[in-house]
Every structure is written in structure tokens, then in C-alpha cells.
Design a binder for this molecule. Structure first.
Ligand code: KG4
Ligand code: ZN
Length: 334
């Protein structure tokens, strides 16, 4: 049988990426161009700058992905693209490029949900077995998602306020660390000790909801109070204490959900899945569990087009194509 080949595009935030995926599971190429350097001095992503970068890089990126995969357009089965959620201007760049390519080469178009993409990054590591749970932790999302089959997503718990990546970035800013702060806090946390008592928002112990804004405020207050008293706080210890508090809640609730829902697999997904502390604690907690833990390699945790291609392959098999009315949808529901 002929191999299924998909060219996927991802531009929802500040990475311009294109990938060629074979049979939904094999990466032939995954080119990612990060704009972090351009946004750093503003302490966050500037939407207009992001859109402009996508326009400048786009053509080069998908040509590089095709060349690296050694594939021609006539061999492709579809063009896939992230349709939302994300920054509207950034999404539009990818959607319009994908439409133009699909039209020019007479190929079907497949719109993909960004979070479905993060979850399906795991399919590039191991075939998914249902039912499963995905812990999605990114800059905009903190959710536990139950999947009984491909394409079926039920959110069983989410954050009431800040997403975990957002809390990392805000705490990092308080500690004068560069954007995006998550990786810097992660590194600092490994150099420090858990010496500061910070809150853990357990909320309703029976529910799988999260809250990180109180923890973020507690970190800011701790720094402020110490300054007023003329005391110094070791940033590494504060980072270690913050990270411990985040991981305690995330892992405890996820483990409970995995047991209650009797799942076969737990998938970790989203940018914060790159966190060394979180990966290590999950591995420890699930070491003797019947639930199989899958964690993508670091390159597939942060935004990339390979994950979009993996998710699109299922939509292609299910015949779920998009039409020419496909549009960027910044608030797209899963
Ligand atoms: O999934 P992603 O690349 O973009 C969104 O869809 O949001 O996630 C980006 C988020 C940022 O908040 C970043 O600080 C965080 O992931 N992040 C981390 C780490 N690497 C990235 N947070 C904690 N530890 C890390 N190692
Ligand atoms: Zn993302």
C-alpha cells in the first residue's frame, strides 16, 4: 500500500513550523523556526511581530520541510494546518499558506486543533491505546483530557485561572529571568532547595480542577516581604519551592484521575511537558503502575508541526476534511 504523506503547518504563536509526516507516526522532517529572540526584549509574545515573522519565514520553512523529507507535492495526500486556538494574526498566516498550497496542488485541506496536536505528539513516540488520559500543560492550557477513542476529547478538569506555563512565565518575570521563563525556572529549581513554604491549591479534592494564580501571588508576596524586612531570598530556592508546589498538585490529581478512569495510558503534552522536574516525578509515580506513561522528547513538547501532522492523519482516515471556508479560530473548542 502507498504510504500516507501529510505536509503540516503550525503558526499559532511564535514558532513557524512545517513537517512531513508518514503514515501518521513517522517524522520525515520537522522544521521549526523560533522567534523567541525577537520577543524577548518585550517580555512576551507581541502578536504583530509574530504575524510578520510568520510571513517572512513561511515559504522558506515549508520548502525546507519538503526538501528534507525528499518528497514532492504530487506524492502528498493532504495539507494540514493549525486552525486554532492561538493568536488570530499568527494563525491566519498558516491557514492562508495551507489553503494556497492545497489549492495550487489540488490537495485536500485539514484544519487541526492545536491542543489535539500537542496530545498527538505522543503518537510519534508510541501508538495510542484507549481509553487514555492526557495531561495538557502549556502557556495557555492546563487540562486533564479523557479520550475513549481517536478524535474524542472530554475535558475532565482544567484551570480556573492561570495556565501552568503562564504561572511559570510570570514568576520568572518577577525573578528577572528572560522570556519564556519556564525553562529558566526549571534550570534554577535544580540548583536550589525546597526551603520556602508555598501554598498548594487542592480545591475540591474530588475534582480535577487547578488554580495557579494564588501560588503565583504567594511567590511575589514572599519576595516583596523579604525585601521589606531587608532579608535576601535565594532565587534558586524560591524556584525549587514553586516548582515543587506546581508538580505536587499536577501529579497527585493526574494520578488519581488515571486510577478513577481506569485508563491504559497517560500522555504528557504541551510546552510545560519539557519540564525536567515534572517528567521525573511522573516517571517515579507511574513506575510500578499498570498505566503506561508516555512522554514525548523535548523537541515534540513545545510548538511544532510534526504533532499537527500526526493528529491530521487520524482526521484524514476519518474523512474529516476542511473546506475552503476554513478560517483562523483563536477560541476554537476541542
Ligand atoms: O505549548 P507551548 O510551546 O505554547 C503554547 O501553546 O502555549 O508552551 C509554552 C509554555 C511557556 O509558558 C513556557 O514557559 C513553558 O511552556 N515551558 C516550560 C518549560 N519549557 C517550556 N515550563 C516549565 N518548564 C520547562 N522546561
Ligand atoms: Zn502549544
Amino acid at each position: 500500500m502507498k504510504d500516507e504523506l501529510i505536509l503540516a503547518i503550525e503558526t499559532s504563536c511564535d514558532e513557524t513550523s512545517a513537517a512531513v509526516i508518514k503514515n501518521g507516526t513517522e517524522i520525515l522532517s520537522n522544521v521549526v523556526s523560533s522567534q523567541i529572540e525577537s520577543h524577548k526584549r518585550f517580555g512576551g509574545v507581541v502578536p504583530e511581530i509574530a504575524s510578520r515573522h510568520h510571513v517572512e519565514k513561511m515559504t522558506y520553512i515549508f520548502e525546507a520541510a519538503m526538501e528534507e523529507a525528499d518528497v514532492t507535492y504530487s506524492q502528498l495526500d493532504a495539507i494540514a494546518v493549525t486552525e486554532g486556538p492561538g493568536l488570530v494574526g499568527a494563525l491566519l498566516m498558516g491557514v492562508n499558506a495551507a489553503k494556497a498550497l492545497a489549492f495550487a496542488h489540488n490537495l485536500p485541506l485539514i484544519g487541526v486543533h492545536h491542543i489535539a496536536g500537542h496530545i498527538y505528539a505522543n503518537r510519534l513516540v508510541k501508538e495510542m491505546e484507549f481509553p487514555l488520559l492526557a495531561l495538557v500543560v502549556s502557556g495557555g492550557h492546563t487540562e486533564i483530557i479523557y479520550m475513549k477513542e481517536h478524535g474524542s476529547f472530554k475535558v475532565i478538569g482544567e484551570t480556573r485561572d492561570d495556565a501552568v506555563g503562564e504561572a511559570y512565565d510570570k514568576v520568572a518575570r518577577t525573578l528577572n529571568l528572560p522570556y519564556p521563563g519556564g525553562p529558566h525556572i526549571d534550570k534554577l529549581a535544580h540548583e536550589g532547595k525546597v526551603t520556602i513554604d508555598l501554598p498548594r491549591a487542592w480545591l475540591d479534592p474530588q475534582a480535577y480542577e487547578f488554580s495557579f494564580s494564588g501560588l503565583k501571588s504567594a511567590v511575589i508576596n514572599t519576595l516583596h516581604n523579604a525585601k521589606q524586612r531587608g532579608e535576601t531570598i535565594e532565587p534558586a530556592d524560591l524556584a525549587a519551592s514553586f516548582q515543587e508546589s506546581v508538580i505536587d498538585v499536577l501529579v497527585t490529581k493526574t494520578k488519581k484521575a488515571a486510577e478513577e478512569y481506569k485508563v491504559k495510558q497517560l500522555l504528557l503534552a504541551g510546552g510545560v511537558a519539557a519540564n525536567r522536574g515534572l517528567r521525573a516525578r511522573l516517571e517515579q509515580e507511574f513506575e510500578n503502575s499498570e498505566v503506561e506513561l508516555i512522554i514525548p522528547p523535548l523537541s515534540l513538547c513545545t510548538d511544532n508541526a510534526a504533532m499537527i501532522g500526526a493528529a491530521a492523519s487520524i482526521l484524514l482516515q476519518q474523512g474529516k476534511f476542511s473546506d475552503w471556508a476554513l478560517n483562523a479560530n483563536p477560541g476554537l473548542e476541542l
